[in-house]
Design a protein around this ligand. Structure first.
Ligand SMILES: [Zn+2]
Length: 331
C-alpha cells in the first residue's frame, strides 16, 4: 500500500487555517483565545472550534471508506464545554482541503456518558465535498455529518442551530445562495423547512474621514515600507470588527495595499516598541500548505520599525497593539 505524503498541520497551523477560512466568509472575524478548542467571534457571535487532522491510514478498518476522529475530554475541551459558548468539532482533511462537521448538540449528549468519543464519516464524502463544495454523510441514525470547503465555515457557524437538520437539497441551496450574495457583497436569508437561515457576508465599510485623517498623519506613505504611489490604504490597528476597533486616528495606520493585507492576514505585525516583525508561525504554516512563494522578497521589503507621525497625538495607541495582535492570532 502506498502511503500518501500528507501535510501535518500542528496546533498553530490549525489556528491560522481556521482564521483564514472564516475570513473567506466575513471580514468580521476575531480570534479571541484558546488552544484547540479555539475561540472566535464571527459576525459578533462567539464559538469554540475544536479541530483534528484526518489522514488516510487504511489500517485496521473493515470498511476502507470509513474515516473517524476521536475526541477526548481534555482540560481545554472541558472548559469550553462547561462555558455557555457553543463548541464545534471539525475534522480537517488536508488531502481534499475539506472540513467535516458533526452535530455538536448530539455530541454533547454523548460526552455526558463517555470520556472519549469516536465520530465517523466516509472518505468518499470528503472527495465529493471537494468537488461539489458541500456533501453529507448520514449515519445509521440518519444524523448528518456535513463536509464542506473552507469557504463555508462561517456559513456553517452562523446557522449552527439548524444546519444539521437540513436536507441535502437545502444545503446545496444554502451554499449557492451564499455564493451569489458574496458576489454582490450582500447579506440575505434563505427559507427552509427548518425556518429562516441567515447569510452575512460582512465586509468592512470604509469611512472617508478616517481615510483622510490617516493619509495626512502618515504623509501618504506606508508606515512599514515607505511606499506611496497611490497604493496607500487606511488600516485599522484593532480591526474594525472588534469592539475597540474605532475610527480614531490612534487606531489607524497608513499602510500600502500589500502591507495592509499582510497585516490583516497576520504575516507581519509590530510590537509595543513599534518593531516590525515577520510572523514566523504563519510563514511556517504557509510553507506547509505551499503558499510561501516570494517569502524572501516580502521579508526584505519592510523597515525595522514603524514610521510613526511626528505629532504624537496622531501616533498609535500602544494599548491597542496587544489587542490587535491577539485578534490576528499572534502572540
Ligand atoms: Zn508597505
Amino acid at each position: 500500500m502506498s502511503v500518501r505524503d500528507t501535510t501535518i498541520l500542528d496546533r498553530k497551523d490549525l489556528r491560522y487555517l481556521l482564521i483564514d477560512s472564516l475570513r473567506l466568509y466575513s471580514d468580521n472575524v476575531v480570534f479571541i483565545d484558546g488552544n484547540n478548542p479555539y475561540r472566535f467571534s464571527i459576525n459578533k457571535k462567539t464559538f469554540y472550534v475544536f479541530i483534528k487532522n484526518v489522514h488516510e491510514s487504511g489500517d485496521g478498518r473493515s470498511n476502507q471508506d470509513e474515516c473517524r476522529i476521536q475526541v477526548s475530554k481534555t482540560k481545554n475541551f472541558n472548559e469550553a464545554m462547561n462555558s455557555s459558548t457553543d463548541v464545534i468539532v471539525l475534522g480537517y482533511f488536508a488531502d481534499e482541503k475539506v472540513f467535516a462537521a458533526w452535530n455538536p448538540f448530539l455530541m454533547r449528549d454523548r460526552f455526558n456518558q463517555k470520556k472519549q468519543i469516536s465520530l465517523y464519516s466516509r472518505f468518499s464524502v470528503q472527495k465529493e465535498a471537494a468537488k461539489e463544495k458541500i456533501a453529507t454523510y448520514r449515519d445509521a441514525n440518519d444524523q448528518s455529518v456535513i463536509s464542506f470547503i473552507p469557504d463555508y465555515l462561517g456559513l456553517y457557524l452562523e446557522n449552527l442551530n439548524s444546519i444539521h437538520l437540513l436536507s441535502d437539497l437545502e444545503l446545496i441551496q444554502l451554499v449557492d445562495q451564499s455564493d451569489s450574495l458574496n458576489n454582490y457583497n450582500a447579506d440575505g436569508e434563505l427559507d427552509t423547512s427548518e425556518g429562516k437561515l441567515t447569510i452575512t457576508h460582512a465586509r468592512q465599510k470604509r469611512d472617508p474621514n478616517f481615510r483622510r485623517k490617516v493619509y495626512d498623519a502618515y504623509n501618504n506613505k506606508c508606515a512599514m515600507c515607505g511606499i506611496g504611489l497611490e497604493l496607500l490604504e487606511a488600516a485599522h490597528i484593532v480591526p474594525h470588527s472588534h469592539e475597540k476597533g474605532t475610527d480614531d486616528i490612534d487606531n489607524g495606520m497608513g499602510l500600502c495595499a500589500l502591507h495592509h493585507t499582510a497585516y490583516d492576514r497576520s504575516l507581519i505585525y509590530f510590537d509595543e516598541e513599534l518593531n516590525i516583525l515577520i510572523n514566523e508561525n504563519k510563514m511556517e504554516y504557509l510553507e506547509k500548505v505551499g503558499l510561501d512563494s516570494g517569502i524572501r522578497k516580502f521579508e526584505k521589503l519592510a523597515f525595522d520599525k514603524i514610521q510613526i507621525p511626528e505629532n504624537h497625538t496622531l501616533r498609535p495607541n500602544i494599548g491597542n497593539i496587544k489587542i490587535a495582535n491577539q485578534t490576528r492570532g499572534i502572540f
